[in-house]
Design a protein around this ligand. Structure first.
Ligand code: HEM
Length: 450
């Protein structure tokens, strides 16, 4: 990249650059980069990307969110879906949006959301039958979608409409990685996949616009109720229009469904593969809960469950590669970065650095034990950058951790899972998240502890 002082990763082929090596195994490729420097240029065909390979440099990238703004091919396609929502909007619009939305994520609102989480989790796991073979990916995704839409719209969203909306939103999200790599004209062809995508996008926006109209007249109990009901915008903050509110709903769905569901899926898988961790998890959940679903007041009494969840996010962080664009000529650490450059940070790469996490491939929930000193601060913290950082840090972090612990504890308390020996079925290339495509398990009732 003209003007940058970053080293280029070795092994670039003419024209294709590092594309074959990246496509052969993106995660292995990323993990090899820190050996070459703290900022490494990678050539993916014509696209050049500066990959940040060091935690301090990642913090610097995330702190200067106006210089290193949202951008890159995935964010462009996400904008097509989520419009100018909180996760995709440029820095120029971000402070206003964040100020308007933050009250809906205030810690005092979490117990209310947790009640909806407990109800939806209980309904989900009560439908399983002894001896049934389930696909955990589908089951947890549908539970997370149910929870997200229930907390967004509260009682304003009837169960039948919720199912249709969840199916449409899922269709849209599944299309994003495909549309991000297809040349733009191909995205407009009337292929069955493009037609399905357009139909789902139109219907989802129509449904949510109607919900927003209803909530403006009659604010209900959900997250959108908090956004619309009686919240005084800060001086100078223009309130959200209906279109912006629908963008925010799609953004929350996109940011809050696959991420949490995938994390719980990996946590259950790891607990099944690691007998000692699985035993301690079961002991904690079954002793505390018997067979009931976990609620908000149980959270402080589920420390090991939280450790298991955190370690699962470290090993398989949902957002594994995240891009930015330099808005101006800039410095990053000791490097010059030219205006227009694409940069990327990788929670996956950082979470597998051996000097931060000794024996990084080992599943070890005790890294997060209270009082344990980790590279990310005292035990109980979250793995650095898994939830981003700086002004664009995940607004749903506490929501996600509460939901993840409630799901993991409730499932473990009530059911014994026998994961299929084949383990998770992985996509050939990871999509927006590191989630498996399938994880089959047979469920039998857990033996309660006395
Ligand atoms: C395990 C669960 C989750 C993980 C690992 C996660 C991860 C992340 C990461 C890495 C970012 C920063 C992206 C960037 O730097 O460009 C982010 C932002 C965001 N997340 Fe999450 N997330 C999770 C759950 C959630 C949930 C449950 C919600 C909503 C209820 C949510 C909503 C958002 C939003 C709206 C943003 C954009 C924030 C902003 O730009 O101000 N996330 N998340």
């Amino acid at each position: 990249m003209s003007g940058t002082t970053a080293v280029t990763a070795p092994g670039a082929l003419p024209v294709l650059g590092h594309l074959p090596a990246f496509l052969a195994s993106p995660l292995r490729f990323l993990r090899g980069l820190p050996a070459h420097g703290d900022l490494v240029e990678v050539r993916l065909g014509p696209q050049r990307v500066l990959v940040v390979c060091d935690p301090a440099l990642t913090r610097e990238l995330l702190t200067h969110d106006r210089t290193f703004d949202k951008g890159g091919p995935v964010y462009e396609r996400m904008r097509e879906v989520g419009g100018n929502g909180l996760a995709t909007c440029p820095a120029a619009d971000h402070r206003r949006q964040r100020r308007l939305i933050q009250p809906a994520f205030h810690p005092t609102r979490l117990p209310g959301y947790a009640q909806a989480m407990t109800e939806r989790i209980d309904a989900g796991i009560s439908a399983w039958r002894p001896g049934q073979r389930i696909d955990l990916v589908t089951e947890l995704r549908s539970m997370a979608a149910d929870i997200l839409l229930s907390t967004l719209f509260g009682a304003a969203l009837a169960p039948r409409a919720r199912d249709v909306l969840a199916a449409d939103l899922q269709e849209i999200l599944t299309a994003v990685p495909r549309r991000a790599v297809l040349p733009a004209p191909l995205c407009d062809l009337p292929t069955p996949a493009n037609l399905r995508y357009r139909k789902a996008a139109r219907r989802a926006r129509r449904t949510m616009t109607a919900l927003v109209h209803g909530l403006r007249e009659n604010p209900a109990d959900g997250l959108f109720g908090a956004l619309l009901g009686g919240h005084d915008p800060q001086a100078g903050d223009r309130p959200f229009t209906d279109v912006e509110l629908v963008d925010q709903a799609i953004t929350m769905y996109a940011g809050g469904t696959e991420t949490t569901a995938g994390t719980v899926c990996w946590a259950l898988y790891q607990a099944a593969r690691n007998p000692e961790a699985g035993r301690r998890l079961a002991e904690e959940c079954r002793t505390l809960l018997g067979t009931r679903a976990a609620g908000w007041d149980d959270l402080p009494h589920l420390p090991y469950t939280r450790q298991v969840l955190l370690e699962a996010t470290r090993l398989n962080p949902p957002g594994w590669l995240v891009t930015r664009t330099a808005t101006t000529d800039a410095r990053l650490g000791a490097h010059h970065v030219p205006a227009g450059a694409t940069l990327a940070y990788s929670p996956y790469l950082l979470a597998h650095l051996p000097d931060r996490y000794p024996d990084p491939d080992r599943f070890d929930p005790d890294r997060w034990a209270p009082g344990q000193q980790t590279a990310d601060g005292p035990g109980g913290q979250v793995p650095a950058s898994v939830f981003g950082g700086g002004a664009r840090t995940c607004i749903g972090q506490d929501y996600a951790l509460a939901e993840g612990v409630l799901m993991l504890a409730s499932i473990t308390a009530r059911w014994q899972l026998r994961i299929d020996p084949h383990g998770p079925r992985l996509p050939r290339l990871p999509g927006l998240t590191l989630n498996p495509l399938r994880l089959n398990a047979t469920v039998t009732p857990a033996a309660p502890r006395s």
